[in-house]
Ligand binder design. Structure first.
Ligand code: CP
Ligand code: NVA
Length: 303
């Protein structure tokens, strides 16, 4: 495995290895122990869109591992002035040991991966967000002591995070229910892929029914980066597709409430749900650091 572009690039075995390594790295960091296996290695971080968690956790992660990260705003490098993705990938491969990229079009990542001789990691595209989902699986494992045999309920937009979650649920063996307004269902390509991977997937527009006996309730923004022009319509269409106390009440008593963040209290999630006892959102955010360090060690150091 050279790149991590889609969640489907990972086998169950890969996911297990990454989560075990991430847990070990997390434990060692809490004891102040240093794992600097990426000494003298450099990571390029191309960003076409905003980021708090992804940018900071990758930069800190590389630093923790003894390496160096270079933030490359897409507008500041020549790609912003028309240099091709292919040439950029070839040039960066002569300097760096890995590239992460947050892009509007998933195709850009595919081209980067095909033309770079170094690992390329998806830091979010319009189609997927696999690094987020690895941190989420680590969080689920910490709270539930397992990553399979659960009911995972996605509430809201059938977007990039949802696509990667559907694939992940299929790979690890979790039932996945996607609840979204009509017209916002996940891309058919990902529905087919999820089923091909053996996923048990239901798509519905009835939040209360779907949330019954959920082990995990997960949501994301109603207006993703790139969807801003549709904001007004989306806010109307998504009304009623909120994770709140009503949904928590019909879920399992030990349900965990997840959100990849950034969150909008009162829209996709109520303040009571995100700030209440079931919420694990800040553990998810922290686990971005540990899970991505495991990915970096696997891809850049072959661990
Ligand atoms: N969840 C996530 O990817 O956050 P950022 O957009 O802040 O990186
Ligand atoms: N779906 C969101 C995720 C942000 C981390 C977006 O693409 O903007």
């Amino acid at each position: 495995m050279k790149d991590l572009i889609s969640m489907a690039d990972l086998s169950l075995e890969d996911i297990r290895e990454i989560l075990d390594l991430a847990a070990e790295i997390k434990e060692k960091r809490s004891q102040g122990k240093i794992i600097d296996h990426l000494r003298n290695k450099s990571l390029g971080m191309i960003f076409e869109k905003s980021s708090t968690r992804t940018r900071v956790s990758f930069e800190v992660g590389m630093n923790d591992l003894g390496g160096h990260a270079i933030y490359l705003n897409a507008n500041d490098i020549q790609i912003g002035r028309g240099e091709t993705v292919e040439d950029t990938a070839k040039v960066l491969s002569r300097y760096l040991h890995g590239i992460i990229a947050r892009v509007y079009s998933h195709e850009t990542l595919v081209k980067l991966g095909a033309n770079a001789s170094i690992p390329v990691i998806n830091a979010l595209s319009d189609e997927e967000h696999p690094c987020q989902i690895l941190a989420d699986l680590l969080t689920i494992k910490e709270y539930k002591n397992r990553i399979s045999d659960m009911k995972f309920v996605w509430v809201g937009d059938g977007n990039n995070v949802c696509n990667s979650i559907m694939l992940a649920c299929a790979i690890v063996g979790m039932e996945i229910v996607v609840v979204c307004p009509k017209g916002y269902e996940p891309d058919e390509k990902y529905v087919i892929k999820t089923k091909e991977l053996g996923g048990v997937l239901t798509i519905t527009d009835k939040p209360l029914e779907a949330a019954k006996n959920a082990d995990v309730l997960y949501t994301d923004v109603w207006v993703s980066m790139g969807d801003e022009a549709e904001e007004e319509k989306r806010l109307k269409d998504f009304a009623g597709f909120q994770i709140n106390e009503e949904l928590i009440a019909v879920s399992k008593p030990d349900v965990i409430v997840m959100h990849c963040l950034p969150a909008h209290r009162g829209l996709e999630i109520s303040a009571g749900a995100i700030d209440g006892p079931h919420s694990v959102v800040f553990d998810q955010a922290e686990n971005r650091l540990h899970a991505q360090k495991a990915v970096l060690l696997k891809l850049l150091a072959g661990e």
